[in-house]
Design a protein around this ligand. Structure first.
Ligand SMILES: [Ca+2]
Ligand SMILES: [Ca+2]
Length: 107
């Protein structure tokens, strides 16, 4: 195989490459928890340290969500433990692991 047959090794390269391709790796690198936290806190527009539905919606839109309003509702539903309608800094910790499961990638 180590000879000068470049067309054969090219064919093998293609076959290996196609087998290794998954949709996720083709889209990009998954966002880390730190990157997600930074994006969410950038959307704390009124600076109270909590994320309301409007701020969550803007953050999910920035993350590339196709349904940011639905996602904001779902995030509050799943992470608003004291039921005040906004996510405080403790609930945002849970929001981050929730969001990591959505597999947003760098866009
Ligand atoms: Ca806020
Ligand atoms: Ca709350």
């Amino acid at each position: 195989m180590a000879g000068g047959d470049s067309s054969l090794s090219m064919k093998n390269w293609f076959r290996r490459t196609l087998q290794g391709v998954t949709p996720k790796s083709a889209e990009g690198v998954p966002l880390s928890e730190d990157q997600l936290r930074r994006i969410f806190m950038e959307h704390d527009k009124n600076g109270d340290g909590s994320l309301n539905k409007e701020e969550l919606q803007a953050a999910f839109r920035a993350l590339g969500s196709r349904a940011p309003a639905w996602r904001a509702d779902d995030a509050i539903y799943n992470n608003d433990f004291d039921l005040d309608g906004v996510l405080n800094k403790y609930e945002i910790v849970h929001l981050l692991s929730y969001t990591l499961q959505c597999h947003y990638v760098l866009g």
